[in-house]
Design a binder for this molecule. Structure first.
Ligand code: ZN
Length: 381
């Protein structure tokens, strides 16, 4: 094996070992060796390196399974931190997370207008203030990267913002603008992604839920979006516009959508459940669920379009699970989830498909952003 290949192999092994440790901690060296499939010598050498870099710590003594009691390993949550920003229609929220993706600092405030002229400065200001706050408490902390969740099309490779219905903005180089602001300052790698993609990533193998490989995450709110995860990876598509569930045409004579087409799922659902933002939307779903007038009159029709949209996606992608998130999940009852699940099952070939709530409590977008930022960092160390 050439020196370059050996270095690449060690980096891949290191990255894989950290991910296993994060999933299983606290864990002994012997268990980690078994789970990773690597040799004890390789595991031992990588563990020593990761301890010296303060990515992991020896966290105590575990229970004996016959021999000497093992030293347990856990992530070192003091040293490395990620910054995650969620730009929503009315607000910019941000957080600092540690290696376990726990939020250690948050900051947010209302979106400023015009968005194109202000958003980069807005994000940079929040980031700076959070950095100062966290460093004041923890002088050893290092920031490893930043992830931004954006409500619309994002060209992930270039960091360019594409079309969105939320703001009048497109073809905007957000990553370039952030880099310009950080010129001469401490720069961070910046990953920008669609917000639903980040929420979907939070539900995957690195998330809190089941070790899923093939699933759909659908964000049901004022805007309908989603992500398709196949074999553990988000499907971006040829022009990075995959997962736009909201623009699936479900009624060719339906209401006009902002995209110019008629009868997109977003437009049809918004006609049945009028709202101007996610907060209104959750309130309307809540009234619909509780049977208050007038939304309840159209509840059956609303749910019918929801399951038609989901069933079409299930027939296309054959997922093991559909996670229905967004403001809908904050207020919809278990009975509504069961009703959507049984309707989807009846209209697809997958009779055992499950439709569930997100496993992540709070913001899956912030957690997904943390997973992405750390994942890119692990691939480089
Ligand atoms: Zn549309």
């Amino acid at each position: 094996m050439s020196q370059g290949n050996a270095q690449l192999m060690r980096r891949l092994n290191k990255s894989s070992l950290i991910r296993t440790l994060l999933r299983c901690a606290p864990v002994s060296r012997a268990k980690l060796t078994k789970l990773s499939g690597l040799s004890p010598t390789t595991v031992s050498s990588i563990i020593d390196e990761l301890i010296s870099k303060r990515l992991i710590v020896e966290s105590g003594i575990g229970l004996s399974s016959g021999g000497r009691r093992p030293v347990m390993l856990a992530p070192d949550t003091d040293r490395y931190h990620a910054i995650v920003v969620h730009v929503a229609g009315d607000r910019v929220s941000s957080a600092v997370t540690n290696l376990r993706h726990d939020v250690v600092e948050t900051l947010g405030n209302p979106i400023r207008q015009p968005v194109r002229d202000t958003i980069a400065d807005h994000i940079a200001g929040l980031v700076e203030e959070m950095r100062v706050r966290v460093r004041a408490r923890n002088p050893v902390c290092e920031f490893i990267g930043m992830a931004v969740g954006w409500p619309g099309i994002v060209h992930v490779q270039s960091g360019m913002i594409g079309e969105t219905s939320v703001f009048e903005i497109s073809s905007f180089d957000l990553r370039g603008e952030l880099a310009r602001l950080y010129h001469d300052k401490e720069t961070l790698p910046v990953h920008i992604d669609n917000d639903a993609n980040l929420a979907g990533i939070a539900e995957g193998p690195a998330g809190l839920g089941e070790p899923l490989q093939n699933y759909l995450y659908i964000q049901l709110g004022y805007q309908v979006g989603g992500s398709v995860v196949l074999n553990g990876n988000v499907l971006y598509g040829h022009s990075e516009r995959a997962g736009e569930f909201g623009h699936m045409i479900v009624d060719r004579k339906g209401p006009l959508c902002f995209c110019g087409n008629r009868g997109c799922l977003t437009a049809v659902l918004n006609e049945l459940l009028p709202a101007t933002n996610d907060h209104d939307y959750a309130a309307s779903v809540g009234r619909m669920v509780s049977g208050e007038q007038p939304e309840c009159l159209r509840m059956d029709e609303y749910l019918e379009y929801v399951y038609i949209g989901i069933a079409s996606c299930v027939n296309l992608f054959d997922p093991e699970l559909v996670i229905l998130g967004g403001p809908f999940s904050d207020v919809a009852s278990d009975g509504i989830y069961e009703s959507v699940q049984s309707s989807v099952r009846a209209n697809t070939f997958n009779r055992s498909l499950r439709v569930t709530r997100p496993s992540v409590e709070g913001s899956g977008i912030l957690r997904g952003g943390s997973i992405v930022a750390f994942s890119e960092f692990f691939d480089c160390i």
